[in-house]
Design a protein around this ligand. Structure first.
Ligand code: ADP
Length: 287
């Protein structure tokens, strides 16, 4: 607590009272601490790919560029690290826009069943084109065959309407499905559900992956938090995807959370306020 005292003094000089104002600075100090922690995290996150690129570039300059076996591989690593840094900076920019309130939301009334189906169709297309490419490539060895997975849909029959910024919402769903794929075992099933409660619509995505330990579960939406840092980096992750997802969903007046059993899999949930769809008659009445 921060205290401020002032004396109430009459014209005669007589002191008739004391006013004490107490400021609770706990929140302020917490914000300041979090801000410092965040800057320190960003610096570390960017230093890691930069120092690794520096050593590859040094090796190339020292003569590795002449080695046709080694050089392409080293260049590849520096390229991947550059791509990851660009992704991280873009993620940081969208977080910063949301923090400062300058991110504009383009809200519209959307049929969630249709939108979720559309998103999942895109993933099904990717699975199909991967399978075609593998079938057509006889030189492909076991180790280069991409991971197999399938998507199962369990949707309520009733149309569910929500008011969302479609682009931003689709980024969140893409991100969660990509994580589910990333952490799924070969041949894993990703189950996507859509259901409703009294006044909320709930979308969920479950995988059969390695799961998230109980102690880590409350933190997976924190900026830069990863259960396994090395694994996330190796897969090109920035550790910011779920933090951005949380910001977006909260801006849409929804909630996002996760449930998981180690070794069995994880489920990510998004709940949004349910909107009554406009009756077509109403639209005609307005005209
Ligand atoms: P990343 O870029 O590391 O994937 P995210 O913010 O998307 O960052 O996720 C944060 C962390 O949460 C991941 O590093 C991972 O440890 C964990 N995680 C997210 N989704 C899953 C999942 N479906 N199964 C297991 N762990 C997950």
């Amino acid at each position: 607590l921060h205290a401020e005292f002032s004396l109430i003094q009459r014209e005669t000089g007589f002191i008739s009272g004391i006013v004490c104002v107490l400021h609770d600075v706990t929140e302020q100090q917490k914000n300041e601490r979090e801000r410092r922690q965040f800057v320190s995290n960003v610096s570390h996150e960017l230093r890691t790919p930069l120092t690794s690129m520096r050593s590859y570039l040094e090796a190339l300059t020292d003569g590795a560029w002449k080695d046709p076996e080694v050089a392409p591989n080293f260049l590849n690593v520096t390229q991947e690290e550059t791509e990851r840094m660009i992704r991280m900076i873009n993620d940081l920019l969208s977080l910063s826009r949301m923090d400062s309130g300058t991110a504009k939301l383009d809200m519209e009334l959307v049929n969630l069943n249709e939108l979720f189906n559309y998103t999942l169709n895109r993933f099904d297309m990717m699975i199909k084109s991967e399978a075609d490419a593998t079938a057509g490539d006889n030189n492909r060895t076991e180790t280069t065959t991409p991971k197999q997975y399938s998507i199962k849909r369990e949707f309520t029959k009733r149309d569910l309407w929500v008011e969302i910024d479609t682009d931003k919402f689709m980024q969140v769903v893409d991100n969660i499905i990509n994580n589910a794929i990333k952490y799924s075992p070969d041949g894993g099933v990703i189950t996507c559900r859509l259901l409703e409660t009294n006044n909320h619509v709930i979308l969920s995505i479950s995988d059969q992956g390695l799961g998230i330990p109980k102690k880590d579960l409350p933190h997976v939406f924190d900026r830069f938090y990863r259960v396994d840092k090395a694994r996330s980096r190796a897969q090109g992750g920035t550790g910011l995807g779920l933090a951005i997802s949380k910001e977006v969903i909260e801006k849409l007046n929804g909630r996002i959370w996760a449930d998981s059993k180690e070794g069995k899999g994880s489920t990510f949930y998004i709940s949004l306020p349910y909107q009554e769809a406009y009756e077509e008659d109403d639209l005609w009445d307005e005209n």
